[in-house]
Design a protein around this ligand. Sequence first.
Ligand SMILES: Cc1cc2nc3c(=O)[nH]c(=O)nc-3n(C[C@H](O)[C@H](O)[C@H](O)COP(=O)(O)OP(=O)(O)OC[C@H]3O[C@@H](n4cnc5c(N)ncnc54)[C@H](O)[C@@H]3O)c2cc1C
Length: 449
Amino acid sequence: MKKIAIIGAGLTGLTTAFYLKKNNIDITVFESNHHIGGVIHTEKKDGFIWEKGPSTGVLGKPEAMELFEDLDALDILETAPSLAGKRYIWKGNKLHPLPGDPISGLLTPLFSWKDKLGILFEPFRPKAKNPDENLSSFVRRRLGESILQYAVDPFVSGVYAGSPDTIIPRYALPKLYNLEATYGSFIRGTIHKMKEPKTPRDLKATKKIFSAKDGLSTLINRLTLSIGEKHIKTDCKDVIVTKEEQGFSVSYTGSDAIHFDEVIFTGNAKGILKTFPFLQNKGLDAISKVRYTAVAEVAVGFKKWEGFPLDGFGALIPSKEGKRILGVLFMSSLFKNRAPSGGAMLSVFVGGERHPEYVSLSDKELKALVQEELTTILSIPNFNPTVFEISRHLEAIPQYDLLTPDRINAFKKAEENYPGLHLAGNGIGGIGMADRIKQGKELFLSIIS
Ligand SMILES: Cc1cc2nc3c(=O)[nH]c(=O)nc-3n(C[C@H](O)[C@H](O)[C@H](O)COP(=O)(O)OP(=O)(O)OC[C@H]3O[C@@H](n4cnc5c(N)ncnc54)[C@H](O)[C@@H]3O)c2cc1C
């Protein structure tokens, strides 16, 4: 029977481990931290529940729904109510709902009249000549400057903590990129896609926002339970993988080398060359060339909420508006039990590509910054939170920028040169939780095939 080592016990590694184990394959997961779940980490205190890492996922890939089904965990799947479709954007000292239909699209003060009317001509605009065009230029060309500034820029801050000037749609937003590349237009492509017949599996991919009951750690706990804790080794410092004549050996500080037939890496791409010394000096340096943005996520919980009605997903702040936070999610409006009745739990994001320096501010400075911005944006009369917890992620989100194609090629080349080696993690294949689950499942499928 094949023996497989999986490096990293985040969502990607655990998904792969779960499917391999379910198919009776002998696996061991090696995790450098004490904590299982990677960046997923839920905290609970005083009637509040909050996330220190990812807060909400989208069931945008069938694999995400299938994981809950295959894990027999539909009982813990929690999806947000329809109000999650309402997203606010800050403009001119006010929150405005992002339009969701043509009428509100015409009436919104977020976009210029030139761009609102210009949408009618989008199907006739020429395709890009440069496939590696950045997102700013892509959106400006097809939709106009105000849509870039007041829809796409805040979206990129919210999802990537990044900038549309560096993000390349071909790698970061392949669905959007392909609408133009395949159909010549977003509108034409969307209509075409809507008409395409859907299989029952396609229909499992939806725009629904998900978490797990009592937070995402509940999903991690289910995965851990199913895999079996004895198959997950935590606190493995300095994991080193050595190529052997047949297969690989894995060792870490204080351990003997253990032989495996195949090895899967699911951590931060920057760590690959250190973990796999046999890949060094082989012209594969692009493997580890990835820029991660830094983010501070601040959980702010109020026992009694008296501010702006939290009737949506959250509020995003365009760079042009000069505020010092990227956005805020209304977590207690999305999922149950996040705050005591009448209270609120908010998740505030600071830093990113716009202001990485804010992540290194002292707790006191960061608290003052968050207090000042939240008080204004959400009209809070009395800033007296019961929970105020800062989680700093110095390497939070990989940026799918111009370094990406070389990185993807280097991953492929390394795997071709060393059969049995599988390089994964959020440096390729997308950053969202559904992307991670999809990659984890695909790793499993490639191994059993
Ligand atoms: C602050 C923050 C907010 C986010 N918000 C969202 C969100 O709202 N929605 C969403 O869909 N996505 C969000 N994301 C992105 C998403 O959470 C991640 O892409 C995803 O959880 C990453 O899972 P992973 O398993 O690939 O990596 P990780 O969670 O990073 O796990 C990798 C694991 O590998 C371990 N590891 C790495 N190298 C080694 C090694 N050499 N030896 C041993 N162990 C190693 C690490 O310790 C870690 O535990 C967010 C990310 C961050 C940081």
